[in-house]
Design a protein around this ligand. Structure first.
Ligand SMILES: *Cc1c(COP(=O)(O)O)cnc(C)c1O
Length: 395
């Protein structure tokens, strides 16, 4: 006997830094019957996930798979496989998630050189080149879409530098994959990992990752074994690509179904159309926030379409507004992390959550709550956003 009630969460409108809402097709897939993780009917689904991930990452890399675990598993796997004790690693640091890269690299015994930029700005490629000229660097790591600042970092430029100086490039595309262009082969990224629950709108708990042949060679030639059995890409390769496949772990079967459906929907919409949708709707959101008299946080030339950061006006209580948004209006947005805690809000428009109705809804909710806080709202935010969308010729 138990008094504990069944799980029955209220369906929130998720406009934070992730997770995003899931489309009904993905929700339905999660309830499909479980199969054994070596059942040929299930491994056929894995093969399709691999093929679709290749299209979404825009890569021909054979090892393009999903790891058990969230985006952090992708980050952990990228460093744990490529980095050996004593390796020199450059980390481009301008936000919270690059701080986690630093922590992981240090735990692996790497010698880390930080190339820092102020939160809200991009890491200048020249600053990275400055280090590359005087140091032998094994790898450069960069967060493409920094969810703590709303900045899109210049991956293409940094990649050219990395390879000119013989360094590998690790890219975190957790907050961008499926909503912002991440052309892995065109940008020549050696290891790129994404997130399932952000712009792909799949359930959290699986991490897409792709590794090119050059990086795989480096991993195979390590002096010491990959220190994590669970995230060893050479073992995962035998599970995904082996003939026969070699058991490594029990795949999170329902999550793989969910990811499969989410990827299918991305390709049905078309990657280009999806990227354009994220760009258009974030522009509408920005227009609405500016019409409210609010100031945006990220460098206007490098704004990340999937996540918009806005400064909280003086005299407005961050926690009170976000609590009212959640409890009264059922909308989740993100607060600031680290040095910008209490100073900015983070509004995500990711995947299925990135819709016209959600843009208009969050703007009108914020207008109402800011007014309640005593902030003089000019009004017209919803109309300003709608005007951007009307001018774009479609919804
Ligand atoms: C969300 C996020 C992560 C971590 O993903 P989890 O699924 O929470 O483990 C890593 N990097 C970036 C840029 C993110 O936005």
């Amino acid at each position: 006997m138990t008094d504990i009630k069944p799980v029955s969460p209220f369906p929130r409108i998720l406009l934070g830094p992730g997770p995003s809402n899931m489309p009904p097709e993905v929700v339905a897939a999660l309830g499909a019957p479980i199969m054994g993780h070596m059942d040929p009917a299930f491994t056929a689904i894995m093969d399709n996930v691999r093929l679709m991930l290749g299209q979404v990452f825009q890569t021909r890399n054979a090892l393009t798979i999903q790891l058990p675990g969230g985006g952090m598993a992708g980050m952990q796997a990228a460093f744990t496989n490529l980095i050996e004790p004593g390796d020199t690693v450059i980390i481009g640091m301008a936000g919270y998630f690059s701080g986690r890269m630093l922590s992981i690299a240090e735990r692996l015994g790497a010698r880390v050189i930080k190339v820092e930029a102020e939160w809200g700005t991009v890491i200048p490629p020249e600053a990275i080149e400055h280090v590359l000229r005087r140091e032998k660097v094994k790898a450069i790591a960069i967060v493409h879409g920094e969810t703590s600042t709303g900045v899109e970092q210049p991956v293409a430029e940094i990649s050219k530098l990395a390879h000119r100086y013989g360094a590998y490039l690790i890219v975190d595309a957790v907050a961008s994959l499926g909503g912002v262009n991440v052309p892995v082969d065109a940008w020549d990224i050696d290891i790129c990992y994404g997130g399932s629950q952000k712009c792909l709108s799949a359930p959290p708990g699986v991490a897409p990752i792709t590794i090119n042949e050059r990086a795989l060679q480096a991993i195979r030639q390590r002096k010491t074994a990959v220190p994590s059995f669970y995230l060893d890409l050479t073992l995962l390769e035998k599970y995904w690509l082996g003939n026969p496949r070699a058991y490594h772990h029990t795949a999170p079967v329902p999550l793989v179904y969910g990811l499969h459906e989410a990827l299918r929907l991305v390709l049905e919409e078309g990657l280009e159309a999806r990227v354009a949708r994220h760009r258009r709707l974030s522009q509408a959101l920005v227009a609405g926030l500016e019409a409210m008299g609010l100031e945006l946080f990220a460098d206007p030339n490098h704004r990340l379409p999937s996540l918009t950061t806005v400064r909280i006006p003086a005299g407005v209580d961050d926690a009170r507004v976000r609590k009212a948004l959640l409890n009264e209006m059922n909308i989740e947005i993100g607060g600031g992390l680290g040095p910008v805690a209490g100073k900015i809000w983070r509004i995500g428009l990711m995947g299925y959550s990135c819709s016209k109705v959600n843009v208009l809804l969050v703007l009108s909710a914020l207008e109402t709550l800011l007014k309640r806080e005593g902030y003089r709202v000019p009004g017209g935010a919803v109309l300003a956003a709608a005007a951007v969308l009307d001018n774009s010729g479609n919804h």
